[in-house]
Write a new protein. Structure first.
Length: 326
């Protein structure tokens, strides 16, 4: 848990929740907090030494953002030959890159907002950066999670400021049309779409503050959506999950627009994993407790490592948990 990402503090909460859940289920769990001040290269070496020391049966990845969702930690686990939860390095890199994944969604026939990419160093003219779209637009860095660096711009000065804010986190900036509609998210576990969650932000945009400030957002679990439309939304989420190449779990964020179409925004390969995060909330609608959900993800990783052998959590020995909060 932890790591060099701006999502360090959130990751700690996810990791602590997973640690406690798996301990309650009878696993032997060690928690590794990756210091925030490390560079990515330093974090890789830090974790490599810890894995060699602990020699775990599996790693539960609760790292969010850079180093957690960009394929770096997954590649390290592959190199040392230790089972880990979630998507492989290639899918992780693709899911983290909002531009590359957007192209993959469109190639799979999914609807996305109209969008363009700007270089913040060359985007002095707001009208040019707008790319022919009308206000309002959403501005976001290409490689961040938790809505870090995301802004809603309603005019030229706001667009300039939004680009400046996003440029703090990336050299590629995504500008997309603001889609009016209902903000929804669909978790996917073991290729099964979970019940839909509706997000009602009281700020007009589901940004970092809305996500993590109590009282700023209301969540409807499950969302009140007609069955026919709900199936369409879940099917679109599963297509997005598969288009990126995700395995084990993901959370697909989307807008249900005024025409009743699911408009895909992004896929999160390591969604928030606190007991009150959105994916666990959706899983609870199916009767999966938070503890059972954490254990299912762990056993999926171990089954891959054991080449299909059926396994039961408490009998598999020591589990090393790398917790990062979301």
């Amino acid at each position: 848990m932890g790591g060099p990402s701006p999502e360090h503090a959130i990751s700690l909460k996810s990791g602590q929740g997973v640690t406690e859940a798996l301990t309650r289920r009878g696993w032997a769990v060690s928690s590794l907090i990756v210091p925030h001040e490390l560079t990515v290269d330093e974090a890789i070496q830090f974790v490599r030494v810890a894995l060699q020391r602990e020699n775990p049966d599996a790693v539960f990845l609760a790292l969010h953002g850079v180093f957690g969702e960009d394929g770096a930690i997954q590649q390290l686990c592959e190199e040392v030959g230790i089972a880990y939860t979630g998507s492989d390095p290639a899918a992780s890199r693709l899911g983290m890159d909002k531009i590359a994944s957007r192209l993959r969604f469109e190639g799979a026939g999914l609807t996305t907002p109209t969008w363009s990419v700007v270089d913040p160093a060359a985007s002095g003219d707001p009208a040019r950066a707008l790319g022919g779209r009308t206000f309002p637009v959403v501005v976001k860095p290409a490689n961040q999670g938790s809505s870090i660096g995301v802004s809603l711009a309603a005019d030229g000065p706001q667009l300039t400021q939004a680009i400046r804010e996003a440029a703090r986190y990336d050299t590629r900036i995504l500008i997309e049309s603001f889609i009016e509609g209902r903000e929804l998210t669909v978790g996917v576990v073991a290729d099964q779409p979970l019940p839909i969650v509706e997000i009602q932000s009281h700020r007009g945009l589901f940004d970092y503050t809305a996500k993590y400030t109590p009282g700023e957002t209301t969540y409807m679990v499950p969302a009140a959506v007609p069955a026919r439309i709900a199936r369409r939304i879940q099917e679109a989420a599963l297509i997005a999950h598969r288009a990126v190449g995700c395995r084990d779990l993901s959370r697909v964020d989307l807008i249900l627009d005024r025409r009743g179409r699911p408009v895909i925004l992004e896929v999160n390969t390591i969604p928030g994993f606190t007991p009150t995060s959105l994916l666990p909330k959706a899983a609870a609608c199916l009767g999966w407790s938070y503890d059972v959900l954490c254990e299912r993800l762990t056993t999926m990783a171990l089954r891959r490592e054991k080449s299909g052998t059926q396994t039961n959590g408490p009998n598999l020995g020591n589990l090393f948990v790398s917790p990062l909060l979301r």
